[in-house]
Design a protein around this ligand. Structure first.
Ligand code: NAD
Length: 448
C-alpha cells in the first residue's frame, strides 16, 4: 500500500495499491497489444485524439491544478501555470504529427526515402517535482509518433498522472495505449527497464538513478532519454541591470521550493557589483511569500517530504547570510536560504534540490565561464549583461543545454529542453522530442 500525503499538512490524500512486477508485465502486455492499431491510426485522427485530450485538460484545469498543488505542496498559482502548459504540450504535439516526416535523398538507380517509425512500447519514469508537466513532455511526443506507453509516476506524487490516464480514455484514446502503473522505482521502474518488450525508457529524475537506467538498458539495447540533475549558474556581470537581475534571482532558485532541475542555485556575481547585488537579492528573497499552497498569493510551499527536508538541511553547515521565515505547524517547510560560497564548496557543487542559493563572486568573464563550467552537471543557466557580444560569447562558452539571457526562463513548449554532461541526453519539448520517440528507417526503391 502506498499512502500519498499532502506535504503542506502531512495529511493523507489517498491510499493506493502499489503495483508489482506482475502488474507491470500486464501493463506492458496491454501496451503491446494496443500498438499495432495505434500506429495505424491515420495521422489526422491521432492528432484529433491528442487535441481532445488537450481540451479535456483545459476543461479540468482547476481540478488538475488542485490535485497537483495538494500532492506536491506547490502554490496553486504555479500549479495552474503547469497544467496550462500540459494542455499546450498536447496541442503542440497534436499539431506536430503531420509535420514530422521523412526525406527523399538523391541516389543513383532509384528513389531513397526515409520514414519515421514508432519504437513500440515505451516506458516513462517521472519524478515528483513537476509530475504532470514532465509526464506530458514525454507522453505528447511518444503518443504523437504512434508509440504506446506505460508510465510510472513517482510514488510520492502519482495522483495527477492517474487522473490524466482517465482523461485520455475519456478523450477516446484507445484502451492499452496509455497505461499508468503506480509503484516503487526499484520494482516497477526496474521491471520496465528490464522488460524485453519495452523499446525505450524516457526517464526524468536523479543522476544516480539515471545511471541505473542506462546500465539496465544495456541488456536489451533499449533507447534511453535521460533528464537528470542540475546545478545551474546564474551569471551576473557588472554591466547588467543588476537590480533587475537581483529582483528576479529568488524566483530562479526558490521556485517550487528549489525542487527544480533548472534551479539557478549558483549565483555568480562580478566582484565590482557583488555587495550591491547581495543587498538587492537578500531584500527580494525576504519578500518571497512562503505559505499555504492553496492561497492564491503564495509563492513558495513546503518541501516534498520529511526525509527530503533533512537532506536539504544537511547542506547548510554554517550560519547562512540570510534565512527566511516559514509557517508554524505541520508541513515539511524549509526557509529560503542564502549562503556565500566559493566554487569548491559542497554547497556550490552538489544539487541541493531545495531553497538554498549559493552566491559566488568572480573577477572577470574568463573566471565566470570557468566557474560556471566547473560542474558535473550542464542543464541550464542565465547570463545577465547589457553587452550583446558578451552575452552570446558566454552563452556559447557555457556547457549546458538550455540558457537564457537577461531572463531566468528556459522551458517552452516549442523549444528543445535537455542537458549536457551528467544532466543527461536527448531532448524534450519542441520538434526535437519527436526524434527520441521514433526510429529512422531508410528504404531504397529501385527504378531499374
Ligand atoms: P529519483 O531519481 O529518485 O526518481 C525518479 C523516478 O525514478 C521516480 O519515479 C522513481 O520511482 C524512479 N526510480 C527510482 N529508483 C528507480 C530504479 N532503481 N529503477 C527505475 N526507476 C527508479 O528522482 P526524484 O527524487 O523523483 O526527482 C528529483 C531529481 O530529478 C533531481 O535530481 C532533479 O534534478 C531531477 N529532475 C530532472 C529534470 C530534468 O528535466 N532534467 C526535471 C525534474 C527533475
Amino acid at each position: 500500500m502506498t499512502v500519498v500525503l499532502n506535504p503542506a499538512t502531512e495529511e493523507p490524500l489517498a491510499e493506493l495499491e502499489a503495483a508489482g512486477v506482475e502488474e507491470t508485465d500486464e501493463a506492458v502486455a496491454a501496451a503491446r497489444a494496443a500498438f499495432p492499431a495505434w500506429r495505424a491510426v491515420a495521422p489526422a485522427d491521432r492528432a484529433r485524439l491528442l487535441r481532445r485530450l488537450a481540451t479535456l485538460v483545459e476543461e479540468h484545469y482547476e481540478e488538475l491544478s488542485r490535485i497537483e498543488s495538494r500532492n506536491v505542496g506547490k502554490p496553486i498559482a504555479g500549479a495552474r501555470g503547469e497544467v496550462g502548459m500540459v494542455a499546450q504540450v498536447f496541442h503542440f504535439y497534436a499539431g506536430a504529427i503531420d509535420k514530422f516526416h521523412g526525406e527523399t535523398i538523391p541516389v543513383a538507380g532509384g528513389v531513397d526515402m526515409t520514414f519515421r517509425e514508432p519504437l513500440g512500447v515505451v516506458g516513462l519514469i517521472t519524478p515528483w517535482n513537476f509530475p504532470l508537466n514532465i509526464a506530458s513532455w514525454k507522453l505528447g511526443p511518444a503518443l504523437a509518433c504512434g508509440n504506446t506507453v506505460v508510465i510510472k509516476p513517482a510514488e510520492l506524487t502519482p495522483l495527477s498522472t492517474l487522473r490524466l490516464g482517465e482523461l485520455a480514455l475519456e478523450a477516446g484514446i484507445p484502451d492499452g495505449v496509455l497505461n499508468v502503473v503506480v509503484g516503487k522505482g526499484s520494482v516497477v521502474g526496474q521491471r520496465l527497464i528490464e522488460h524485453p518488450d519495452v523499446a525505450k525508457i524516457g526517464f526524468t529524475g536523479s543522476t544516480e538513478v539515471g545511471q541505473q537506467v542506462m546500465r539496465g538498458a544495456a541488456a536489451t539495447i533499449k533507447r534511453v532519454t535521460l533528464e537528470l540533475g542540475g546545478k545551474s549558474a546564474n551569471v551576473v556581470f557588472a554591466d547588467a541591470d543588476v537590480e533587475r537581475a537581483a529582483a528576479s534571482a529568488p524566483y530562479a532558485v526558490f521556485d517550487n521550493a528549489g525542487q527544480d532541475c533548472c534551479a539557478r542555485s549558483r549565483i555568480l556575481v562580478e566582484a565590482s557589483v557583488y555587495d550591491r547585488f547581495i543587498d538587492a537579492f537578500v531584500d527580494a528573497t525576504g519578500k518571497v511569500k512562503v505559505g499555504d499552497p492553496e492561497d492564491d498569493a503564495s509563492e513558495m510551499g513546503p518541501l516534498i517530504s520529511a526525509a527530503h527536508r533533512e537532506t536539504v538541511a544537511s547542506f547548510v553547515e554554517d550560519e547562512p547570510l540570510f534565512r527566511g521565515a516559514t509557517p508554524d505547524g505541520p508541513g515539511y517547510w524549509y526557509p529560503c536560504t542564502v549562503v556565500e560560497a566559493s566554487a569548491s564548496d559542497r554547497i556550490a557543487r552538489d544539487e541541493v534540490f531545495g531553497p538554498v542559493a549559493a552566491v559566488i563572486p568572480f573577477a572577470d568573464e574568463d573566471e565566470a565561464v570557468r566557474i560556471a563550467n566547473d560542474s558535473a552537471y550542464g542543464l541550464s543557466g542565465s547570463i545577465w549583461t547589457r553587452d550583446g557580444a558578451r552575452a552570446l560569447r558566454v552563452a556559447r562558452a557555457i556547457d549546458t543545454g538550455v540558457l537564457s539571457i537577461n531572463s531566468n526562463s528556459s522551458v517552452r513548449v516549442s523549444t528543445p529542453f535537455g542537458g549536457f554532461k551528467q544532466s543527461g541526453f536527448g531532448r524534450e519539448l519542441g520538434m526535437h522530442a519527436l526524434e527520441g520517440y521514433s526510429e529512422v528507417k531508410n528504404v531504397f526503391y529501385s527504378t531499374d
